[in-house]
Write a protein that binds this ligand. Structure first.
Ligand code: FPP
Length: 252
């Protein structure tokens, strides 16, 4: 969604086959890694590794579909309840991703941010996050936000505590405070995709998804392709978004 201070910037799209809505914020709950691995007789860690490959594919494909912000749920704060070996494995994958993909992000004009708590991440990972964010800060083609140790409720709670001291009280100024808490911004989600067959939000972007369109897919995250992303964007484009108003045809 465009905020009042934003202007539409046409993103050069290589040989477009469809007329995409420009400048979408797409958020993805990348679910199903574990079941994907188990169904193949592999350890769950193999599912997360395959999931990281999907992240690479999706990040490469997103800008040509008019996506300007892509937020991926890499690790929920609730995931600390999993065995330590699994959580540490995901954090290691994330670290590896930052080390291998930062140059690629710079080349592709991708700005990378982490949203979520940082204080529980290993110090070396925190440093890698800071380095990647600084190195990619000038990217304008795509804002890639990885939600790590993220809980929407917790972020809203912390923003509310800070907001208490803010003098200009409005939904917009609350969003500004929330963006500060998250560090990687807080922009309204246009399209939320969840893979893996479940149909819930799981404490993801509760404030930002107020008017989001949802697409739920059976497909597990490691099997998710650029074509699936494209199909979800096309489905989004077919939906009429009234935001509580009347559809154009009735409103006259
Ligand atoms: C959900 O699948 C996925 C996660 C909890 C971790 C997501 C991790 C990645 C996509 C890879 C790491 C990310 C980057 C950017 C390198 P699940 O484990 O809940 O699957 P299940 O529901 O089948 O058990």
């Amino acid at each position: 969604m465009l905020m009042p201070h934003q202007t539409v910037r046409q993103i050069p799209i290589a040989q477009p086959t469809v007329d995409y809505t420009p400048r979408l914020h797409v958020a993805i709950i990348s679910d199903g890694n574990g079941r994907w691995a188990t169904s193949k007789g592999l350890p769950r860690s193999a599912g997360h590794r395959a999931g990281a490959e999907t992240v690479r594919r999706v990040v490469t494909a997103a800008p040509r579909m008019g996506i300007h912000t892509l937020t991926l749920f890499a690790l929920s704060s609730a995931n600390w309840k999993r065995p330590d070996v699994e959580v540490q494995g995901i954090l290691r994958l994330l670290h590896e991703y930052l080390l291998t993909e930062t140059t690629h992000c710079i080349d592709e004009g991708v700005r990378l941010s982490i949203i979520g708590r940082r204080d529980r991440l290993p110090a070396t990972l925190r440093q890698a996050v800071a380095d990647s964010e600084a190195a990619t800060a000038r990217g304008t083609r795509l804002h890639l936000r990885l939600a790590v140790d993220y809980s929407a409720r917790e972020a809203i709670y912390h923003a509310a505590c800070r907001f208490y001291k803010v003098t200009e009280l409005s939904p917009e100024s609350f969003s500004t405070v929330l963006a500060e808490v998250l560090r990687g911004g807080s922009t309204e989600v246009d399209l939320l995709i969840r893979t893996g067959g479940e149909q819930r939000l799981s404490d993801f972007l509760l404030w930002e998804c107020a008017f989001a369109e949802f697409v739920f897919l059976q497909k597990r995250w490691p099997d998710f392709t650029a074509e699936d992303l494209e199909a979800a964007v096309m489905e989004f484009n077919r939906r009429e978004r009234t935001r509580g108003a009347l559809p154009d045809a009735i409103a006259g």
